[in-house]
Design a protein around this ligand. Structure first.
Ligand code: SF4
Length: 349
């Protein structure tokens, strides 16, 4: 960990007044390597989060080493969660990052308990575990070790090319537990991608990471989500996206139209007014009032476009809502080869 050049920020008690009672703030840090970003290092008292039984998510447990995400996607569904910290869901979400500095040790203790059922753990379902902060804090290696040592199967979903740093370790983990890897890549127009996801690695770099993970033996899933009405849903755009995903070696695609949940909508609409004012009325029509999901008609129209392309490019694939209907089988006996692991990844994603 590099501490040179950092400053210990003055902790503004009010700024994080909503911090979980289960986490203790240690200090706030700014550093020239991450201009404009403040890291709030906390000592977490728990690492495993149970997904509410009412959730449609196809897993029961998650681990989130960070809250907030410097990838700064304007559509990010997790923005609303920053409001619980009394931070705003726009710029603060991108720049005030909560770092659970001790998460690997806490997780290791939790998964060693006799009561832990070695159920599947999903990483990257709230904020990105391979966002830029991970380059500084290196929390994922300890998390991967803790899960693998305890015989806990897990999945990683990310936009971060930093995943490549941990590929050897992920391959080693996959020799003892089911490990699945998914990369989120939805925007294949470089200018649009930089505007909508300003803190993320480029699409090209993410496709290279898919290739690297594929070459390492993983059956990689690409999350082609969110597909943005009028911006990324034309036939040429979808063809270009799926051909490049196929070329990168991905095995499977999950696609879905944009969601605009309440904490996200104002931030996204401000971006839309600035960058594409001609689309504002159309988006207000598609996502009226508090509605978060694109209308069923639009999603069906999108499926009619995407499905034939998936077949044409020989990609396994499904719509987001189809994957949400089932939960993965609980795995108590680890598989020993990456090929068997891939079948579990297919079930999960
Ligand atoms: S990478 Fe994921 S978690 Fe991070 S801002 Fe983008 S959508 Fe949100």
């Amino acid at each position: 960990m590099r501490w040179q050049g950092q400053q210990l920020g003055t902790i503004d008690e009010a700024a994080l007044s909503g911090l979980d009672s289960t986490d203790d703030l240690v200090r706030s840090v700014t550093t020239p390597d991450f201009a404009g970003v403040t890291f709030h290092e906390v000592m977490a008292r728990s690492a495993l989060n149970r997904v509410p039984s009412t959730s449609e998510m196809p897993f029961d447990w998650t681990v989130n080493p960070y809250r907030g995400c410097s990838h700064a996607c304007v559509y990010c569904f997790a923005r609303g969660s920053h409001a619980y910290l009394d931070l705003d869901t726009g710029r603060d979400f991108d720049s005030q990052i909560i770092v659970k500095a001790n998460i690997a040790e806490v997780l290791r203790a939790e998964v060693r308990r006799g009561s832990w059922g070695r159920e599947h753990v999903a990483l990257g379902t709230n904020t990105d575990p391979y966002q830029r902060a991970e380059g500084r804090y290196r929390l994922m290696p300890g998390i991967i070790d803790a899960l693998a040592e305890s015989g806990t199967p897990f999945s990683v979903l990310t936009k971060g090319t930093l995943l490549r740093r941990d590929l050897p370790q992920l391959v080693a983990a996959a020799s003892v537990v089911d490990v699945s890897i998914a990369m989120s890549i939805a925007i294949f127009d470089d200018d649009l991608q930089k505007s909508v996801e300003p803190g993320t690695p480029s699409t090209h770099a993410r496709l290279d990471t898919v290739r690297a993970a594929t070459d390492a033996g993983f059956r990689v899933t690409v999350f082609m989500m969110p597909i943005m009405p009028h911006l990324t849903d034309s036939m040429p755009a979808l063809q270009n996206a799926l051909s490049r995903i196929r070329e990168a070696g991905a095995a499977r695609v999950i696609y879905g139209a944009m969601h605009l949940r309440p904490g996200v909508k104002p931030w996204f609409m401000a971006w839309l007014r600035r960058e594409h004012p001609e689309l504002v009325s159309s988006y207000l029509g598609l996502y009226p009032g508090a509605s978060a999901q694109a209308p069923k008609q639009y999603r069906q129209w999108l499926s009619r476009r995407v499905r034939p392309l998936l077949r044409a490019y020989k990609l396994d694939g499904s719509a987001e809502e189809e994957t949400a209907r089932f939960r993965p089988r609980q795995t108590s006996t680890p598989s020993r080869v990456i090929q068997t692991k891939s079948a579990a990844a297919a079930r999960l994603f």
